[in-house]
Design a binder for this molecule. Structure first.
Ligand SMILES: [Ca+2]
Length: 420
């Protein structure tokens, strides 16, 4: 507590100043099943014999256990500062932290010749660094009492080691279970990363299409003249590794799906019998790429189409469009839209999460009976938002949201509260 030191004890400017720090280590068995310390045996049936062949019971080692396996260690380091200034009217805090997952239990990819499930080994490490800040002010102007506060936080993670893992698929590499980690992580990158095709506009004419086919063939590129073959208005995907083939090796890292710079803002006012309180929430960066039905227009021909494409796709009259040509041909739609860089949206938003406006009647009497307080109020949740999401989806829904999310709701309420 720095504010207790002699040189600050009597300060009117700094009323409170405290430096905090922490270090902790925790053990974790995340990803480790109940009998993960044993090699298990599975039973089955197989036909044996030549003359009197019949089904016989068989058994096999269905999993292996590594006897060097131990706990995963989660090491947390934190440093923080709390302060109150100017007669406690300004208050705030700053926190920095780092969390290291060391010796993560992961199953490595072994050749299939192993013949059974590979054991978990302590082979991964993940580093997460983050910060949080809060600042507020309590004060009044005449009869108006004001209380405002704002906070923001961010964290970034990085797979610091994973036995040289370098596997990813086009699109979001979402880690939703311990089973799929090894296939979806790259050392030096965050988890839940996007790998997308880089694009360089749309073909303006047949000559540009011909020139593209003269340079590239194979991979995901449909043959010229085939039903999914390129025509003017289609997307020019960049051969990022310059091997003359457009394929999944050309996708590049384009951020992660975690929300970043998440913030909240509180404003509370009181004026005579009125009170007002509001809370805003938002994020400055969260990347999303739609999947399934909304990964491309006409992804399925029977589906409802998103109105967000309307008037923004390539036609000969609209060559400088935001999106490529529309097509009901699945292959063409896939090439033109699915997992291309322009399909990544930044889910930047601010939303009024809650609003309460109230009025308190004091010293009322009803039929000579005194009423201590009669309060009439309006309260609402999720009343409005500003968002950069282009396709009309709720910015607080999951990153890969499809068309099967529960409809978003706003709520209003009018209330009367009587205290006798
Ligand atoms: Ca290539």
């Amino acid at each position: 507590m720095i504010s207790s030191e002699n040189f600050l004890k009597d300060s009117n400017t700094i009323n409170f100043l405290k430096l905090r720090g922490g270090y902790g280590e925790l053990g974790s068995t995340s990803g480790f099943d109940n009998f993960g310390y044993l090699s298990t045996v599975n039973f089955g049936n197989t036909v044996f014999g030549q003359t009197n062949a019949g089904q016989q019971v068989t058994s096999r080692a269905s999993s292996l256990f590594s006897d060097t396996t131990t706990w995963e260690r989660i090491i947390t380091k934190e440093i923080g500062l709390d302060f109150r200034l100017f007669n406690n009217s300004i208050f705030g805090s700053i926190d920095l932290y780092q969390k290291d997952n060391e010796d993560m239990l992961i199953s490595l990819v072994y050749p299939d010749i192993l013949g059974t499930t590979a054991p978990l080994t302590n082979s991964g490490s993940l580093e997460t660094k983050g910060w949080e800040a809060q600042l507020g002010w309590n004060g009044n102007i005449g009869d108006l009492e004001i209380s405002v506060s704002a906070n923001m936080s961010d964290s970034r993670n990085e797979i610091t080691s994973y036995e040289g893992a370098d596997s990813f698929v086009p699109g979001l590499n979402l880690i939703d279970s311990s089973d799929n980690i090894a296939d979806l992580v790259v050392e030096g990158r965050p988890i839940n990363s996007f790998y997308l095709y880089e694009t360089d506009g749309f073909f303006a004419n047949q000559a540009e299409v011909d020139a593209y086919y003269a340079t590239y063939s194979g991979g995901i590129l449909a043959d010229q003249g085939a039903s999914a073959g390129l025509v003017p208005g289609d997307t020019r995907i960049v051969d990022t590794n310059e091997d003359g083939v457009i394929d999944t090796d050309d996708v590049t890292f384009q951020g992660d799906s975690s929300p970043h710079y998440v913030y909240g803002f509180n404003l509370n006012l009181k004026y005579k019998n009125w009170d007002f309180s509001s809370f805003f929430q938002g994020a400055l960066q969260q990347y999303i790429v739609r999947t399934g039905y909304f990964s491309a227009p006409f992804q399925a021909v029977w589906q409802n189409q998103s109105a967000s494409w309307l008037g923004k796709t390539w036609t000969q009259e609209n060559p400088n469009s935001e999106f490529p040509r529309l097509s009901t041909q699945g292959g063409a739609g896939g090439w033109n839209y699915v997992n291309n860089d322009f399909m990544r949206q930044n889910n930047k938003y601010v939303r009024l999460k809650s609003l309460i406006v109230g009025y308190n009647f004091k010293d009322l009497k009803i039929a000579n009976r005194p009423i201590n307080n009669l309060r009439i109020y309006f309260s609402g949740n999720d009343l409005f938002e500003l968002t950069k999401v282009k396709d009309g989806y709720d910015p607080e829904s999951a990153a890969g949201a499809n068309n099967n999310t529960y409809p978003f709701m706003r709520t209003w309420a009018l209330g009367v509260k009587v205290s006798l």
